[in-house]
Design a protein around this ligand. Structure first.
Ligand SMILES: Nc1nc2c(ncn2[C@@H]2O[C@H](COP(=O)(O)OP(=O)(O)OP(=O)(O)O)[C@@H](O)[C@H]2O)c(=O)[nH]1
Ligand SMILES: [Mg+2]
Ligand SMILES: [Zn+2]
Length: 352
């Protein structure tokens, strides 16, 4: 597998030069499990582990450890299908979300991707607010977001759902698809250039793996058989994984997410609500929250009907959520650091 097919280019080669000088070889993280990585080099697919030194250098910050999509510098273990990971190359893009539950440490879903496909189902589970939050996350990432409205066969008001998704998506492209029949999959495939990496994101059961199987042309990823009110025995994707498309292009499948939290999403919110960002330059106060201030251009636009009330409401809701998460982050930060320090310490000071 030539590295270029994996997305390797001149810029990365330049970043890699100091590592090459040390006799390390470039590899890309294809799978991240709790205890090991699978990486691809130009020659082989290897099981890899990070060195204690790299863990130490990360300083307990999970974001600085390798994630699926990352380029790393590895040393091969002689005569074995194994390698050690010595360094992480700078990321061009990264998709980050909050982990669910009380742990608010950043979770990186994928790195170095060109397109984020935000998959949502057009059936009764369709939720415009969730799509909006996914868009915030995608706009933060540096990659191009594209919305896929899947399962259009299970929807009898496609025009209304499409209109709703398009309203939320703003300037972002919205595609309709049916992964069962393959309808719309050609349009998805057409967006993926041979050296691109793309990732599929969305809640569990929306059809991410099914769409990837269609792109690939045969069943590759196990898919979920969704059963009402019974989640047992589902073939749900349980880890992030990279695959190659026969025509070129790398695809990352991710496990479904039940919730979307935000990671420093303020910038993303601006891009999701560009009209509010524009209006706010007309507000009297520079730090106007557009909720109860005098001479607020945003509130004036709502009152005048030039800014739809529902857009304004979702904007305010998102701002509140961002504020809440910032607080939670501050509280959790210290504890998380200590926990990771302990893990790093244990690995680094292993006896023998
Ligand atoms: N009717 C219909 N069913 C679909 C469509 N796409 C996927 N499905 C079905 O929906 C179920 C879930 O599909 P998956 O592809 O496993 O969903 P996923 O998003 O990968 O789910 P997780 O791996 O849990 O995140 C499977 O039974 C698919 O056959 C579609 O367009 N129409
Ligand atoms: Mg899946
Ligand atoms: Zn204002």
């Amino acid at each position: 597998m030539p590295l270029a097919k994996l997305g390797w280019n001149a810029e990365r080669a330049e970043q890699f030069a100091p590592h090459a000088a040390k006799g390390l070889v470039p590899a890309r993280i294809a799978v991240e499990d709790k205890h090991f990585y699978r990486v691809w080099t130009a020659e082989a697919e290897l099981t890899a582990q990070i060195t204690g030194k790299l863990i130490h250098e990360a300083g307990g910050q999970h974001a600085q450890l390798p994630k699926v999509g990352d380029w790393v510098a590895v040393k091969r273990v002689p005569n074995e299908e194994k390698a050690t990971i010595h360094a992480l190359l700078p990321r061009r893009t990264q998709i980050t979300r909050k982990t669910s539950g009380r742990d608010t440490a950043a979770q990186i879903l994928a790195t170095n991707v060109e397109i984020v496909f935000l998959v949502t189902a057009a059936d009764a589970t369709f939720n415009a607010a969730r799509l909006e939050r996914m868009l915030v996350m995608a706009n933060e990432s540096g990659a191009r977001p594209v919305v896929i409205l899947n399962k259009i066969d299970l929807c009898d008001d496609l025009d209304a759902k499409l209109a709703e998704a398009t309203r939320v998506a703003g300037n972002t492209l919205v595609l309709a698809a049916c992964a069962l029949t393959g309808r719309g999959v050609k349009q998805v495939a057409a967006l993926i250039k041979p050296r691109d990496t793309v990732v599929f994101i969305g809640t569990s059961g929306v059809g991410k793996s099914s769409l990837i199987n269609q792109l690939y042309g045969e069943d590759l990823m196990p898919t979920v058989a969704v059963r009402e009110s019974d989640a047992k025995g589902r073939h749900t994707t349980s880890w992030r994984e990279m695959i190659f498309l026969p025509k070129g292009g790398v695809v990352i499948d991710t496990p479904g997410m039940r919730e979307f939290h935000l990671w420093d999403a303020a910038q993303g919110a601006k891009e999701t609500f560009p009209e509010i960002e524009t209006l706010s330059s007309g507000c009297h106060f520079r730090d106007c929250t557009h909720t109860n201030e005098k001479a607020c251009a945003v509130l004036t636009a709502v009152a005048a009907g030039t800014l739809p009330r529902e857009r304004y409401d979702s904007f305010v809701k998102l701002q509140r959520e961002i504020g809440y998460l910032r607080e939670a982050e501050k509280r959790a930060g210290w504890q998380d650091r200590r926990k990771s320090d302990r893990v790093a310490h244990r690995i680094f000071n292993k006896p023998g």
